[in-house]
Design a protein around this ligand. Sequence first.
Ligand code: ZN
Ligand code: ZN
Length: 304
Amino acid sequence: MSFVANSTLAAPDTYFGIYNELSKYNVHLNIFERLWASWYAYMQNDVLATGIMSFVMHEAVYFGRSLPWIIIDRISYFNKWKLQGQKIPTVKEQWACTKLVLLSHFTVELPQIWLFHPMAVSCGMDTGVPFPSWQTICVQIAIFFVLEDTWHYWMHRLFHFGFFYKNVHKIHHQYSAPFGLAAEYASPIETMVLGAGTVVVPIVFCLVTGNFHVLTMYLWIAARLFQAIDAHSGYDFPWSLHHFIPFWAGAEHHDVHHERFIGNYASSFRWWDYLMDTEAGPEAAKERRERKLAKEAKKAKKAQ
Ligand SMILES: [Zn+2]
Ligand SMILES: [Zn+2]
């Protein structure tokens, strides 16, 4: 990275030594930008620097976000907001799930994360400093949420067809009452296909616009992990997001999918299931029945 040239005069060899040196010559950078730039300068290997940062970030967010849900499962006060009554996951179940998720992270996700830097650079992704503005980051992440949700809806719907369900998606449906940790409990094929919505969408966006920073990718993945883990949490609180943003899917939406296996295929939003008439649950079924009856009555009236 070009700015490192300024900071190599004293050639500090510790991370904070580099940070202090770099800070002297780059006063215009904020603390996060300095930490970021020092990391790349310290590593002296951009592929390794991005690889380690991405993997650690993914594990920290995944287990960090799952932990509060594990604790909530052990506190009976919260039971009243559990979507599927008393189906609290046991410690044994959660541990079995953690083991498979970790295995998948190290065997399926790690190699992909490692290839990310060369691929990102070849697509023109920015890895340097300064960072993009927070407005740019927010707009791009909002676009990714909408596009990923579309990809997820159609691929997930496809996964519910006989062959794909039996051979790929069934693993994810092992828990009919899901919990946070089960968000990435899935076959490697499913992880790759559904994960493409999270990873390929920003890459295509970068190729088309030529304006994309790796930091935005990290924040997007963190936001998407929060969404996926919360959707599997099994709890619907009065303060859950979908009570304030009616088209946000949340746990209430995805929990019914795990309970009934049919309907509610989207990830973040409710509009695809609404538009395609695939909403799950007794209420949606009742509405569908009523609509059908009204249609038949109208037809019969016309025929008279
Ligand atoms: Zn499913
Ligand atoms: Zn699920």
